[in-house]
Ligand binder design. Structure first.
Ligand SMILES: O=C(O)[C@H](O)COP(=O)(O)O
Ligand SMILES: [Mn+2]
Ligand SMILES: [Mn+2]
Length: 559
């Protein structure tokens, strides 16, 4: 691995090689006003508090949303995919959301090979669109779906079926009613123009289709049964009716967790199973929660569950979801090309990395960190360790998650002296934050700080260096706010409206440890720095100059 000139980094003029670095990514941990809805503020976080207050020259904030992570607008909150891409790649790439916008606006999407393939279903095939109904901008966007629907009808599809996944995670719980109404309006317009367009099935994203990293294949099977086979435990004649009735029967039900349902006609027949000769597009641009379905749709050989029927279809993803696996084979828009990421530089310069998270974030700190690239750059210089996440429960039921287990394993790896970089992702702030359960999120954040203590104690013991940062905000704000005043918003019943989503808050970054060379501190001249500035910084701490095209380092060395 060593010796490839393209990746050879110059030694840093001042910083020595050989330092051991503990690199901790807190998922969903932003900086916000310390009020009662800030779960991080409410939690016991003595270590993070200490870092913030005792060494201001080694603590600062970073941008983690909008343009700083390649998203279309400054209103776009950050997310794990764009955050880990920026952290690992050291540069800002236009992300899927922006690329799809451009392609839809110019119409290029209909000229590409992907849509041409889908059109092979014409003249008789139905077009099925499957994806998340939301304007969260994390996995998909409502306005993109509306444009795609209209565009597809113009391209000649006379029969369209939409299989909706309700959100409540990147947007407010309960908002799915609004999105379904918007969708019905668009479908109504298409019907007026002579296109038979309808919703065919639905369900909440966490119970239907959108599992990730093979945590629970049953979630995908639920979707397959409803969307492809037209079979589900619930049958309704309209999607709005489904959402209302199911919530009446179970008032605590969150949009994320609607059970699968199919829409049937007056005779009780499902209106849109997927049949031979049909076209299917999964319209999420983000990959992680579409990969499993894409495998089920694309792979002739598939053994994760019994598909019962495997229709011969023309399937395309909105994006190529996995470039290594070439999955799916057909796609409408090319994903960002992210190469020469920090991990590749590290192995070519002999830096050994040990990387760990629990299942729900494992792919983020490995695959996404490496520019959406599967596998390791080196079998000898890297080790990726996955700790199984709890299955079948929402994370507020066990908000400590695997934080301590990850920390203990990381501490052990660090103490072994075998690894130059020990990199972990601690998931609690994000995964518990998404449940909207404030008390549980507080517990999750307390557990996170305890995990940090375990790792920093080891850094202290071994004489190493640490860097702690986060990928985007979430747990620091658990209430919807008035965008102008910032005041918490109450609903009609007088209850505060829970915020389950990420935020646009900046995230902290802290460096330290007994091994941090004297005089290293954060520069003052980069007030707008963001996550993409982190890679240069840790490359410096390993004793190398960062690649010339990376965003500038955050540190300087004062005498
Ligand atoms: O997929 C999810 O869980 C949310 O939509 C976004 O969260 P993440 O970006 O932290 O994964
Ligand atoms: Mn995240
Ligand atoms: Mn999240």
């Amino acid at each position: 691995m060593e010796g490839d000139d393209k990746f050879k980094l110059a030694p840093h003029p001042k910083l020595p090689k050989g330092k051991k670095l503990m690199l901790i990514i807190l998922d969903g941990w932003g900086e916000q006003i310390p009020d009662e809805f800030n779960a991080i503020h409410r939690a016991q976080t003595p270590i993070m508090d200490y870092l913030k207050t005792t060494a201001p020259e080694k603590w600062r904030l970073l941008k983690a949303h909008g343009a700083a992570v390649g998203l279309p607008t400054e209103e776009d909150m950050g997310n794990s995919e764009v955050g880990h891409n920026a952290l690992g790649a050291g540069r800002i790439f236009k992300q899927g959301a922006s690329l799809v916008d451009t392609s839809l606006e110019s119409g290029a999407i209909y000229e590409g090979d992907g849509f041409k393939y889908v059109k092979q279903a014409l003249p008789n095939g139905t077009l099925h669109l499957i994806g998340l109904l939301s304007d969260g901008g994390v996995h998909s966007r409502m306005d993109q779906l509306q444009m795609l629907l209209k565009g597809s009808a113009k391209q000649g599809f006379k029969r369209i079926r939409v299989h909706v996944l309700t959100d409540g995670r990147d947007v407010a719980d309960g908002s799915s009613l609004k999105f379904v109404q918007m969708l019905e309006d668009t479908l109504g317009e298409l019907r007026q123009d002579g296109c038979d367009a309808q919703i065919a099935s639905g369900g909440g994203r966490m119970r239907v289709i959108m599992d990730r990293y093979e945590n629970d294949w049953n979630v995908v099977k639920n979707g397959w049964d409803a969307q492809v086979l037209g079979e589900a435990p619930h049958r309704f004649t309209s999607c709005l009716e489904a959402l209302k009735k199911l919530k009446e029967d179970d008032p605590g039900l969150n949009d994320q967790y609607y059970p699968p349902f199919v829409i049937v006609d007056e005779s009780g027949k499902p209106v849109g199973p997927i049949l031979d000769g049909d076209a299917v597009v999964t319209f999420n641009f983000r990959a992680d929660r579409m990969v499993m379905l894409a495998k089920a749709l694309d792979h002739e050989d598939f053994d994760k569950f019994d598909r019962v029927r495997y229709p011969k279809i023309y399937y395309a993803g909105m994006l190529l979801y996995d470039a290594e696996l070439n999955l799916p084979t057909h796609y409408l828009v090319s994903p960002p090309q992210i190469s020469e990421t920090s991990g590749e530089y590290l192995v070519h310069n002999g830096i050994k990395s040990w990387v760990c998270s629990e299942t729900v974030k494992f792919g983020h700190v490995t695959f996404v960190w490496n520019g959406n690239r599967s596998g390791q750059f080196s079998d000898t210089l890297e080790k990726y360790v996955q700790i199984p996440s709890d299955q079948g429960i929402s994370f507020d039921k066990n908000p400590e998650m695997k934080a301590i287990a990850i920390a203990e394993k990381a501490a052990e790896a660090f103490r072994s002296g075998e690894w130059d970089q020990v990199r972990v992702n601690i998931a609690n702030g994000d995964m518990v934050g998404h449940t909207g359960n404030l008390e549980a999120t507080i517990v999750g954040c307390t557990a996170t700080d305890k995990a940090i203590k375990i790792m920093l104690d080891t850094v202290e013991e071994v004489g190493g260096v640490f860097m702690i940062t986060a990928d985007h905000g979430n747990a620091e704000d658990m209430v919807k706010r008035n965008p102008k005043t910032g005041a918490p918003i109450k609903d009609k019943q007088g209850n505060y409206q829970i915020l389950t989503s990420h935020t646009c808050a900046p995230v902290p970054i802290a460096i330290g440890g007994p091994g941090l060379p004297k005089g290293v501190q954060f520069r003052q001249d980069l007030p707008n720095a963001g996550l993409a500035n982190v890679a240069s910084t840790f490359i410096n701490l390993h004793g190398f100059e960062a690649p010339a095209d990376y965003e500038p380092t955050l540190i300087e060395i004062v005498d």
